[in-house]
Design a protein around this ligand. Sequence first.
Ligand SMILES: [Zn+2]
Length: 130
Amino acid sequence: MIVEMEKLLEPFALDIRTYGNLRNILVHLKEHGKTIDDFIEYANIMQEAHIKGIAEQEKAQAEHKANSLPCPECSLLMTLRPVNIDNSTQTGDDSKSVWICGNNKCMYVEYSEKTVEQWRDEIKRRSGNG
Ligand SMILES: [Zn+2]
């Protein structure tokens, strides 16, 4: 029984943060008169929310990828924005959209005479053929 307990507690001996977290949980349960079942129920809810959060993040990334092109300089996904649609987006030419690399060290920018909608259609077509 003692050997089993030692094996269970092995990670807490090695990792001071894990140990601190476990200690906080136990103290909280004790102070609030909670049971281990209460803790497991709460942990399950947290876990579900965490998994849901990851799934939503992955979905958002997939959508971004489906509407984006890789930067020709650094190959990170770029963001497409409309230009010449109001006073703050004037470029002084016939550009209708701009690709902006999200990489701060790259800063690649490419203006285009295609509209955002035209680009979206083209990306959809390209991914459909590929
Ligand atoms: Zn780039």
